[in-house]
Design a protein around this ligand. Sequence first.
Ligand SMILES: Cc1cc2nc3c(=O)[nH]c(=O)nc-3n(C[C@H](O)[C@H](O)[C@H](O)COP(=O)(O)O)c2cc1C
Length: 352
Amino acid sequence: MEFQELKIGKKTARVPIIQGGMGVGVSRSKLAGAVAKEGGIGIISTAQIGYDEPDFETNVCDCNIRAIEKHIKLAKEQADGGLVGVNVMVALQHYKEHVKAAVRAGADLIVCGAGLPADLPELVGKSDTAIAPIVSTRKAASVLLRMWDKKYGRTADLLIIEGPKAGGHLGFTPKQLQTITSDDYDNEILEIIQEKKIYEEKYGVSIPVVAGGGIFDRLDIEHVMALGIDGVQIGTRFVATEECDASLAYKQAYIRAAEEDVVIIKSPVGMPGRAIRNAWLQRLQQQERVPVKKCFRCIKKCNPEEIPYCITQALIHAVTGNLEQGLIFCGANVGRIRELTTVSALMHELMG
Ligand SMILES: Cc1cc2nc3c(=O)[nH]c(=O)nc-3n(C[C@H](O)[C@H](O)[C@H](O)COP(=O)(O)O)c2cc1C
């Protein structure tokens, strides 16, 4: 099968691979710039992106805004004309500020997940930044596209479908995660493609659709392309690359992990998440709660008195290599990763 370039409005990625945004420092400028340089779309996650700025503890919002602008600029310098976007979680406390900062910094694309980005068209205004919501079901796609159509008279530039095998926070209930089969999900993908056709016809545009969650090799890419998908979003495989912005210890945890080490956890974000079982998670299961010493105001709906642990703190520990106290998010196929590679080698392997 021949892979085509991925066209998003007036922008074109030579290679139809989007590197998924990975929060709290896992995908910043180094990884996103390298993927963009290879012809894919590099995505920087804005979730606590400024965690290593010197005044982060006292000035969280400003540090994140500063880091969004800095990392977009750095990634674009590296990208050699390739496309660089950001991933902004709708559940974030400062979601709107992050979107506006990314537009100001000239992001090519804004991807929004962890909630429905009802006001995203208004936030990007008439800028050149393309908008791409993440949806997991036809129902979510239908609600959002209808809302944008009625309220703003516009539609998505790209749709990203995230399936149950993805990493990080998941748009499914724990029960769905146990019961949805690959065939069920292929049908959901076909349904979402039907839904977007309504708006392609209405607006006379093409809305490419990208699928992610458990895409590991070229065969997986060919499988979703045969369903009518235009590209793929891949997260987990990009973690085990030299360019990934996480610590070496984090990447080694990916290389060591076996299939049975992957667990579904409860996150303070209110969605289930997928992670590698480690001593910290086991302790959490026994004690049930790690008291929150400081609140970083990362998500809108969070009461530090009630949550089992602080997700920002746990993810910062992990990304900086303190795995003893860290939460290591991963996709369902992490157990198949055997070695550290480079972005270039991985992209060549995936494209065959
Ligand atoms: C470590 C990690 C962090 C992630 N962080 C985010 C995030 O901040 N926002 C988001 O929308 N998705 C996040 N994701 C999901 C990825 O962007 C990607 O869509 C998904 O993992 C694709 O599945 P795969 O990992 O099996 O390739 C994360 C995934 C991983 C593995």
